[in-house]
Design a binder for this molecule. Sequence first.
Ligand code: NAP
Length: 278
Amino acid sequence: MAIILDGKKLRDKILDNLKDKVASFQIKPKLVVILAGEDSASKIYVENKRKFAHKTGIISEVINYSSDVKESVLIDKIKELNNDQSVHAILVQLPLPSHISKDKVINAITPEKDVDGFTPYNTSKLFSCDIPYVYPCTPKGILLLLDEYGIDIEGKHAVVVGRSQIVGHPLAQMLLNRNATVTVCHSHTKNLAQITKTADIIISAVGKNIIKGEMLKSDCVVVDVGIFKDESGKLSGDVDFDSSSKIASYISPVPGGVGPMTITSLMLNTVELFEKTL
Ligand code: NAP
């Protein structure tokens, strides 16, 4: 049976240390989250961010807008926050209402306060193997989890399933920067199982039940980023846990794997941005 990559346990360990660090600061780091619209999942994510910021001693503020908010209102608010010295980190909760350009809004955040690492400046730094202000939260959390369990990345064949801007694509680059041999799969990939069978590390970020035990190489490491409700309304990941945990050497559960690591990275990134201002 595979060893569980326990994201909750690592989250608690890292945030306990971070709390002590934050307590030692005279001025406290401040995270501002912008939420536009009524998406129920977004509201839960934002509340979770607020909760963990509070636990860690980070000041957090959530600015709510209705779903018909104008794009220019969000951009003007971001410009105001960019110039507010008490604010160290700005996050725009995605998805935004469909009439708003996500890129225009994200691009308005100054890179020094871009806590998700999504602005063109930070992305271009990442993809040119240079150092961004901070790394995107979910990929960063995944690497922290692999490192905690002593899983070697260098020289390994890492297969990333999914190529989104927030997970798959930056993660593939971060694995490449750590000298993995990286294959990125997506919805046009043919013979997915043939590729996953050659993976030492497989990380799936799709949002569908797509990875089964028979698609894995013996003793590989499996990280499940996906989190969604299946047809019966049950919370699920991309990976069939029962069949995969019999083949893999390590596996992350859903929930309790990558999710807690994403929130951990958000707190770490907030503090890193704050420290860069000192
Ligand atoms: P996304 O933007 O919808 O991207 C999904 C990716 O999966 C796309 O690149 C898509 O390919 C690919 N894909 C779709 N069907 C496929 C198939 N049959 N075979 C191979 N690839 C396929 O999703 P996302 O934002 O990255 O999120 C993915 C999942 O991770 C979701 O369940 C989300 O809730 C979860 N998530 C979890 C966390 C966390 O902290 N736990 C954080 C972020 C996301 P194309 O590019 O070709 O369309």
